[in-house]
Design a protein around this ligand. Sequence first.
Ligand code: NAD
Length: 490
Amino acid sequence: MIIKQQFIDGKWVNSKSNETRDIINPFNQEVIARVTESDETDARAAIKVARYAFDHGEWPTTPATERGHVVNKIADLIERDKEELAELESLDTGKTMEESRGDMDDIAGVFRYYAQLADKDGGEIIDSPVANSVSKVVREPVGVCGQITPWNYPLLQASWKLAPALVAGNTLIMKPSEITPLTSIKVFELMEEAGVPAGVANLVLGAGGTVGAELSVHDDVDLISFTGGIQTGKKIMQAASGNVKKLALELGGKNPNIIFADADFDTAVDQAMNAVFFHAGQICSAGTRILVEESIHDAFVKSLTDKVKNIKLGSGFDEDTQMGPLISEQHLNKVMRYVENGIKEGATVATGGKRPTDPELQNGFFYLPTILTNCTTDMDVVQNEGFGPVITVEKFSTEAEAIKLANDSIYGLSGGVWTADIAKAERCVAKMRMGTVWINDFNLYFPHAPWGGFKQSGIGRELGKAGLEEYTETKHIFHNLKPEPINWFQ
Ligand code: NAD
């Protein structure tokens, strides 16, 4: 069994209480690791270290080019240990090895992208209204950053926070999800090997209500970057108000996927399926809300259902597995209740809607890929994020209706439009209130493009230049080159 500690001030240590937590494989419920379990005391110790490293350490003033080299080295080490990292991620989350390997490539790409951005913004000289003066704008690190991540893409979500925070010269305390900490622990080993100085990046393992809450409320933390559910995001906003922390919140989504009758039918069906069932639908940007034009509705549902019935469930380590289990028993129960509620509201189960009966899947938290038809926008199952392998299908008959339905949500993370009509696609995306909109695609993201939500899907952006700016404060410096008395009060 894997036994792991947390990383504070450049040392691997147990929690002060010596408590531990067992990490469970969602495929068979076996204990795969035992990790130290912290509480507020350890969080406060890590905050003190990060504060000292920011206020008195060299990292914030290390030349950005050098910080970039260290972050680039982290990318090298991730590539070197890709297979080990992918195995840890699949063990911990149940996702297929193919998905985990893809995640690791993306993660190395994120570190590399930010490494090369490190020294590209040397500030700017702006026009001054005063003669004999220089006015310049520079970006400085924010300070001590608390970073809180979810369980669905444990290391990917961590990379979106670690790489820009380090490149910008901040110090940080990361708290990964308590149920999937293994790849985050490993990447801290790699960051140590890459030469991130002691105290700059600290890892505290523990629950949200203790460690996460302490990071959110503590006055010595300057910024919280959080990825997770809306309800937790709201609690963090309240906790962070005490010292008016900067906040970056990446929250949930219930993402519309609009399919017009003139779209390439087979591609739209195939991609509608991919948009949801990767990682058993546990994706913030999953296209779980399909809006399909009335004239092709029945054919579309039939074709999608036929394909979805063939999705192969199993261990993430079997090469022919296409979909793994859900993350935990608690989450499985939540998804089951979500679907049962949808059925009570009037939705029809086209396929799925229950657990699989295969004997070899009984110890895992499996749920069949599910399509619910006859859905309407007023239903909870359409409005709420189920975060499982569940699609709801609604019909529309006009472009205006499609846009109205797509925007009828508290969420605004992402959405897609499928059509052969370029002008129609552009009209739609201009009106869709979401942070990312795909035309004839779904779920594609990459390090250069900003990621984040409109409405209650969040505040701020990760990835892209915007993701680096989140970790900086803008400072205006005015330099009077010929100071003279003003004599205003004479
Ligand atoms: P969650 O909100 O339950 O937990 C996320 C993290 O917050 C965990 O580390 C948890 O320990 C911590 N936490 C819990 N209570 C806390 C508190 N009171 N104070 C501080 N921290 C606390 O979310 P989850 O179930 O781990 O993840 C699923 C959610 O994440 C979904 O809603 C999904 O859409 C969202 N998500 C969003 C994005 C995005 O990019 N927008 C990406 C991935 C996941």
